[in-house]
Design a protein around this ligand. Structure first.
Ligand SMILES: *Cc1c(COP(=O)(O)O)cnc(C)c1O
Length: 423
């Protein structure tokens, strides 16, 4: 039984007693034309800007202005090592060891670079298993890897689908797929938290199943990083990738994260694409040496990275360090539980939450299916001051983010939705 209550007083009181409530003030909250704060429910798509981000980026702009190339070594935060300043905080958030984590490139690019190493098909074992409603970019990436290796993309993909009439993928079905196709599957590549349903998969269970059948296992954690406790190291996954502009608030198109399990840290025989940033840091600038692979995830870097984008990531990670990721998850469970409670109390036959009701199988996002709805519903919500996300054919995704969303945000959102549904 939950201790949640209906009515605005409860929401107000929750906000008053919320130890994280003050962090909302550390973000720029988008406003309507009258200057009233919008109800922002799309942190799962683009996280809001921390107020401190500007100062972090300005620091690097200033050092660049004053020092030019010398900034690589003499900037306040010397640029040569900049990605290293992010590793520890990021590894805590995704539950990994520092040697397993690096910030580099963008998300889909990282997915490809990981598949260069961990998708090594043979004539008989070449298929890739992916969830049915995977994010399009992931699906396109997987298809193009199959084509790149000379395989037919239709034949080469095995979809893990929800059963007819259901929305969520089911582990029994996954096991059945492996009983039949286990020997043909080279790679499992699944969205750790599905972007559409919000279902958080059991990474460990999937990894163990894959490894038992001799497959490599990787996850796209774009919707997991900063949203759920991923425990990537303990999951045993071979690799994972994620972006930092969703729940990690580092700005549009910002750099992405990459995890390579420790067991691969010193394997120099893995096929991979390399550049000078994958090379031993001590001898990198001698420029003539034979290639000398860096150990760990850093050994997959290619280029010297964009410092301005990394500064935005540092701003966001420093803020999350101050809050403490565990506290963030605690509030998240409560906030989303409250959201679910209010939706259920609407008792409206037209709406159905397709996200799992078990808090262990989801993050903060709830995907709400609305019977007979079309995009006009989303339009009305926008008119009412709610920024949410519409997915065809009939799903609204809302993600109350614990860092900056309030209980009152959630209360008003559900109230507005109710009024629109009753029209
Ligand atoms: C957001 C998201 C992407 C976007 O990829 P980019 O390379 O950052 O444009 C890809 N995959 C998943 C699962 C996502 O959630």
């Amino acid at each position: 039984m939950s201790n949640f209550q209906l009515g605005p007083a409860f929401a107000k009181n929750q906000d008053k007693n919320d130890p994280l409530a003050t962090y909302r003030n550390q973000f720029h909250i988008p406003k309507d034309k009258q200057g009233k704060e919008l109800i922002y429910m799309t942190g799962n798509s683009l996280g809001l800007q921390p107020k401190r981000t500007k100062a972090y980026i300005n620091q690097e702009l200033e050092d660049w202005a004053n020092l030019g190339v010398e900034g690589h070594t003499d900037a306040k935060n010397p640029w040569l090592k900049y990605h290293e300043y992010l590793t520890e905080s990021m590894s805590k958030i995704v539950g990994a060891k520092p040697i397993e984590v690096v910030i580099m490139n963008t998300l889909t690019a990282n997915l490809h670079f990981m598949m260069v190493s961990f998708y090594q098909p043979t004539k008989t074992r070449y298929k890739i298993l992916i969830e049915a409603d995977a994010f399009p970019s992931d699906k396109y990436a997987v298809e193009s890897q199959l084509r790149h290796h000379g395989f037919d993309e239709k034949e080469g993909i095995i979809l893990w689908k929800a059963r007819k009439g259901e929305e969520l993928a089911n582990y029994e079905d996954l096991e059945s797929i492996f009983k039949v196709h286990g020997h043909e599957i080279a790679l499992i590549m699944i969205g750790g938290v599905n972007y559409y349903t919000g279902q958080y998969f059991d990474l460990k269970q999937i990894t163990e199943l894959g490894h038992k059948h001799g497959c490599m296992v990787g996850f796209d954690c774009a919707h997991g990083a900063g949203n759920v406790e991923l425990n990537l190291h303990d999951s045993g996954a071979d690799f994972a990738v994620w972006c930092t502009y969703k729940y990690l608030n580092s700005g549009p198109g910002s750099l992405a994260g990459c995890f390579v399990h420790e067991r691969h840290a010193n394997n120099k025989n893995l096929n991979r694409f390399t550049g000078w940033w994958s090379h031993n840091k001590e001898t990198r600038f001698r420029m003539r040496d034979e290639f000398d692979q860096l150990p760990g995830a850093e050994g997959w870097q290619l280029s010297n990275p964009p410092i301005l984008s990394m500064a935005a990531i540092k701003a966001s990670l420093d803020l999350i360090d101050e809050v403490g990721f565990k506290r963030l998850i605690e509030k998240s469970k409560k906030l989303t539980g409250y959201f679910e409670f209010l939706l259920n109390e609407l008792n409206d036959k037209h709406i159905k939450i397709i996200t799992p009701s078990n808090p262990k199988e989801r993050g903060c996002q709830l995907s709400i299916q609305v019977k007979n709805a079309d995009k006009s519903l989303h339009h009305k919500l926008t008119e009412a001051g709610v920024i949410s996300d519409w997915r065809e054919p009939d799903v609204i995704r809302c993600a109350p983010v614990p860092l900056y969303n309030s209980f009152q945000d959630v209360y008003h959102l559900v109230n507005k939705l109710k009024n629109i549904l009753n029209e």
